[in-house]
Design a protein around this ligand. Structure first.
Ligand SMILES: Cc1cc2nc3c(=O)[nH]c(=O)nc-3n(C[C@H](O)[C@H](O)[C@H](O)COP(=O)(O)O)c2cc1C
Length: 301
């Protein structure tokens, strides 16, 4: 199932494209990003970098979400500052994403949230900082002592922010080995042509092969990689292979994951000059069963 190693070459693309929000090529940033769970306690995140990230949080602010940064540097020990159950070590700064439960429909909100928070994660990567999406391995009560929530709000996501330690802890290695975090499913399990029976041939996708490859490198909860693509004549239909255990937060995670995938695809397309946009095709919406659910179509313009 996880045969394909991540092995993308970036030098060819690096020179192309007008880079708007990022200093480095988005292909380089996406390729470099990894979840970091052990941070260098001797290296504080510089205030100017925190300022840049805060500014991008303001830029990305939209109805229904808000983002914040919480710093624990006044405490002496960095051990368990936020209550991350030992999964994160050494981080003194955390980015927090907060969702308004009353606003909009949950599916689209969760997708959009994934899309926007991933842009902030990539911005942090661009600045040389490590991050890690976390929906479950943090203590919500402890966080609530630092950031107050309105009744209608909940913490949707937390990510440490800092410099990766050179030496990884055994627990971090295990956290990567179990979900096979260094690997992604092969193309033929993710990308199709016309229907879910016909794998998409990479050579038939032209420059879009780069955008698809960047989508394939997306992080996802427990590395489940629930995104699927069917190429049609004029675009790419995006589906989510939903975890059918039905727990609310698991489904929200699946939707965050597809939002992240959309973010990688659209930023890469923009960088290499491929014009298009995500649009929901009402005819395709919910035509398939409850496991494979249609999300949106990238319409080539
Ligand atoms: C929506 C989402 C939720 C995640 N939740 C957690 C979490 O609670 N704890 C954790 O240690 N990692 C979490 N991760 C990180 C994934 O395990 C990681 O992205 C995946 O294994 C791929 O590894 P990579 O990010 O290094 O490429 C989450 C990732 C995503 C996208």
């Amino acid at each position: 199932m996880y045969r394909t190693k991540i092995d993308i070459k970036i030098d060819k693309i690096y020179l192309s494209g007008e880079l708007m929000q990022f200093n480095k090529s988005i292909v380089e940033i996406i390729t470099k990003r990894r979840s970091v769970r052990t941070y260098d306690v001797t290296k504080e995140v510089e205030q100017d970098k925190i300022k840049i990230i805060k500014e991008s949080m303001i830029e990305e602010r939209t109805v229904g979400f808000r983002f914040d940064i919480v710093t624990f540097s006044e405490l002496k020990s960095r051990k368990e500052r936020l209550g991350t159950y030992g999964f994160i070590r050494g981080a003194g700064v955390f980015m927090v994403g907060i969702m308004n439960e009353d606003y909009g429909d949950r599916k689209n909100q969760s997708i959009n949230f994934g899309r926007i928070f991933e842009r902030i994660i990539l911005k942090a990567t661009d600045l040389g900082l490590g991050t890690c999406w976390m929906v479950s391995t943090f203590n919500r009560k402890r966080l609530a002592q630092r950031i107050s929530l309105e009744d209608y709000e909940h913490f949707a996501i937390v990510s440490p922010l800092g410099y990766s330690a050179l030496k990884k802890r055994p627990v971090e290695r295990i956290m990567r080995q179990i979900p096979k975090s260094d690997q992604r499913k092969p193309w033929e399990e993710l990308f199709f042509h016309s229907d879910f029976k016909t794998p998409l041939v990479r050579e038939d996708t032209g420059e879009y092969s780069i955008a698809l490859e960047m989508l394939r490198l997306s992080p996802s909860a427990a590395n489940t990689q629930p995104w699927r693509i069917i190429k049609q004549n004029k675009g790419f239909d995006l589906f989510v292979s939903k975890d059918t255990r039905g727990e609310r937060h698991v489904i929200d995670c699946n939707y965050n994951d597809v939002g992240i995938a959309m973010c990688h695809f659209e930023l890469t397309a923009e960088e290499i000059g491929l014009t298009g946009e995500w649009k929901i095709d009402p005819e395709k919406n919910n035509v398939l069963g409850h496991k494979m659910e249609y999300v949106s179509t990238w319409k080539i313009i």
